[in-house]
Design a protein around this ligand. Sequence first.
Ligand code: FPP
Length: 250
Amino acid sequence: MALFRKKAPELTLESLPREAYPAHIGFIMDGNGRWAKKRGLPRRMGHVSGAQTFRKIVKACEARGIQSATFYAFSTENWKRPQEEVDAIMDLLRDYLKESLKDFKGENIRTKFIGDRSALAPDIVALMEEAEAETAHKTGLTLNIALNYGGRHELVGAIRMLAEQVKDGTLLAEQIDEQRVSDTLDTVGQPDPDLIIRPSGEYRTSNFLLWQSAYAEYVFMDVLWPDFSAEHLDRAILEYARRHRRFGGV
Ligand code: FPP
């Protein structure tokens, strides 16, 4: 006699308990250039469309009660792109920051930036600081925008800072532990990402949150970032909820 095992009920977002949601989601916004090329448009237009998707997905994260979301907007390696493309991305950031500084009052989003600000234009840095100050008291989604960010660059900065403290006698080498390193990174005080989503069909981490992603679940999706929608986000959250996270245990 054949034995039929009862099928587990299909997991849906509606039936997903709050604790099964990722607290922190990272997004590698990839595929803007290919999206534009497919349409015979300049690469810049891919970023224009990608910036609109970014706005939509920030709102979708907020609506789903996600605690933190980190978006990879510009890496330490992206300076190698043609100047025109770098300028286009920086202009999109300017526009977003100016626009959101007006809208922030109605939103419960706390905006933060990670990455090295020293190479950014002073007017952008001023807008970033204003956005951080204006939203510091907000209690909803923490939105991290990674700008001139690279995981290795961030770690080198942290190592240098700790070495300086040891050199000037304010820290003992044996006091350096995982917590101390975490507290020296740009993401200090924030939970590590539980889920990292990379669209565009590439299977790489590209120097994104290297230390913080030690136990993150990756979901790679075959969609270009400008076409990424709230439905893709829901699919990734469900995929995450199906996985069994063991953190090195059994
Ligand atoms: C990667 O796609 C994307 C980037 C390097 C830039 C991402 C920037 C934005 C979405 C705009 C940022 C704006 C705001 C407001 C945060 P790619 O160009 O490498 O795509 P490709 O691999 O298809 O060439």
